[in-house]
Write a new protein. Structure first.
Length: 72
């Protein structure tokens, strides 16, 4: 794991957990099916949030740009 990205990755994990917990509380359903669906949606939301924040931070110059030019 790259050191400059460590806080961003930790923030994405925290965001994912909080988003999933909020959606579980908001839906009011605590069944196992609901938990699995919301966990998968939470993972997708966390990944999108991470990619959006990484792009924004790179654009603002707060993170080093990737050298190889490939989309990771």
């Amino acid at each position: 794991m790259s050191r400059p990205l460590l806080p961003l990755k930790a923030g994405a994990i925290i965001f994912t957990v909080l988003w999933t917990a909020w959606m579980m509380w908001w839906s009011g359903s605590f069944s196992s099916v609901s938990l699995v669906i919301l966990a998968m949606c939470g993972a997708a939301v966390g990944y999108v949030w991470y990619r959006a924040m990484r792009w924004q931070f790179e654009r603002m110059g707060m993170l080093p740009r990737s050298d190889d030019g490939s989309a990771r």
